[in-house]
Design a protein around this ligand. Sequence first.
Ligand code: HDD
Length: 756
Amino acid sequence: ANPIKQAARKVADALRGDGEGPQDGIPGKPGAESPSVDEPTQPREPLPSKPDQTGPETVSPTGQPTGADQARMAQSGSYLTTAQGTRLYDTDHSLKAGPRGPVLLQDHHLREKVMHFDHERIPERVVHARGAAAHGVFQSYGTAASVTKAAFLAEDVETPVFVRFSTVLGSRGSADTVRDTRGFATKFYTSEGVFDLVGNNIPVFFIQDAIKFPDVIHAGKPQPDREIPQAQSAHDTFWDFVTLHTEAAHHTLWNMSDRALPRSFRMMEGFGIHTFRLVDASGGTTLVKFHWKPKLGVHSLVWEEAQLAGGVDPDFHRRDLADAIEAGAYPEWELGIQTFPDTPEQTFEGIDLLDPTNIVPEEMAPVQRVGRLVLDRNPYNYFAETEQVAFHPGHLVPGIDITDDPLLAGRLFSYLDTQITRLGGPNFGQIPINRTHAPVNDMLRDSFHQTAVHRGVAPYRPNSLDGGCPFTAGADTGAYIEAPVRVPESKKVREAPESFADHFSQPRRFWLSMSPLEREHIIGAYTFELSKCYEQAIRERGLQVLANIDPELCAEVAAGLGLPAPAATVPPAEVQPSPALSQIGRTWPTEGRVIGIVAGPDGDLEGVRAVREAVLTAGMVPLVVAPTGGTLGDGADPLAVQRTYANARSVEFDALLVAGVPGVGADAYGARDAKSPLPSAQQAAHDPRVGLLLSEAFRHGKAIGAWKGAEAALQAAGVPTDAPGVVLVDSGTAALEQITRLLGAHRVWERFPAEV
Ligand code: HDD
């Protein structure tokens, strides 16, 4: 008898519950709990709606159990079976002619197992391949009800959502913190069908016409010969394109700003970019731009942090999102709309609303809040949900319509098309994460991966065999009816309108709206990126574009590149700055911020315990950093350690608290030398890993609070105790109080050279 098999059998017997076999719990299978649908989906609803999903049992980064419990186990029955449900007695050995003999071709289990494995990967998204997602709820305020009949925007309606954040250029395994635009795609499972708002964290786009999308992406992706650089725009082909194609100047400027380095997905704005058209109950139309406003404010990493995180934690953003949700710090946004009269010109105060390289400053058209989004559940399974979710700007609901933005028109084609390759056929809407919560009664049939078992013989109209069913709906019965807008009379042309020709006044407005420090960052980014280009002509053309945006920006970057600054070829536009575009100068809530508490066995353990509790009470995440893993202190109530000196880097923390003498135990790093005349406490202060943590936090403008005897550690790290944002007080809780106040501004901006 095989002892492993015997043991496995015992476990299987112990696990054996009411149901058996892998079919248990699969929606739609006999015996499974039936998923909830709002209404019965007669007559021929082939698909149950997306089942309710709750997060797996998890432990937060603080070591707190988070309460969720199901779906942790991979198996749903007692016995392992084949894909056909036949029980297996062994899955560890191929079928052979004797233990040392050849493997037999008749081993159908081997064949099935390896065949399935061979096809586990699907093509990654052609753009936005790297992403992370979460489930949540959207609750509408009803404030948009006067301009749209969309049911999910009526007063107090709750709509389940799934949101996927992404970078654009990198492959699925690339780093999170690269300089890039971030995708912000939201699937609303509304009662009237799915509405997808497929936006970005930057409100403008590189191109005005979708026909240029392959060009901009070919230029931005790694160069085709060596496939480098990964996930970066700092290379010749990107800059070649964006300097020749000057309508990209605005988006490129945003990419060189701090917006392209978000601190967290939770701290990004989102934009629908295009102008959409809302339709009210009586057919009246309003043009709108959609905005997501994060509750925690808009915050960024500094460039060095982004670079460091790319190495020390390439999963920085997806970890942050999942951890925050696990810890109960649910990310939140408000959905806002800017509204404009739907005039035949489709312009607002001279700004062409059909040009996706334009914004309308919030000072000219305020963002009106229409609902609140809360992300409160992590996906169960990355592949099934985050990878297989399929967004499409053409997934619209009654009350939301499109405009003639030529970029949007091409997108309406592209997103359906790409799923055919990516998800293997046109039935991707049947994948659980993509299923609508509204009743489905279509006449689409067959094709790859068809999971519905359609009955009847008449999936066509008109028919008499089904009594003429299904019938079409009308405006009063919830039909999607395109707004009957007038199409301009013209001849066919391949041309852009004259109003699309101004490529520099909008970027100039953005530049003028930045604080001095944000301008410094932008100058640094252009200088870095252009310096990575090999072709001199591309650098020079880059400077020419900058000269046309702003002479000072151009001069600074030219100085950094060691090149002469060219003169502008277009006169600088007269534009008013838009203060709403700057990220600096406001105070934000600190919920969900990560506080590192640097401690050691010789430090003030009771103080650490108290401050940890205080951080939790304030809705932030405390991570205790100690010389080794395990616990600090002995006795009945030791303190759990979440990070060690060896694996903690400052980029993970929004602020640091240093608990007196930070720690000992770093022999390998020379911090503790038995022959040293220094007492161990002083040696500990010189642990180079603590020094690195503190000096990086200081350099990146993070608040540092310290108490009782931490001076030596600060001094060793080169952190002046009288510098702005460095707090040295008697107790941890007093230090926390002060750093929380500093955190409201995100960073201690006074520490940076440029005047804020
Ligand atoms: Fe796109 C994916 C956002 C223009 C073609 N796009 C994709 C995603 C986001 C955006 C967030 C990822 C969705 C997800 O998480 O699955 N794209 C935008 C925005 C645009 C834009 C905000 C301009 C305003 N896109 C755009 C154009 C085209 C595409 C002009 C093609 C002509 N986009 C695609 C695509 C993708 C995609 C190839 C790749 C994977 C997918 O669609 O499902 O179809």
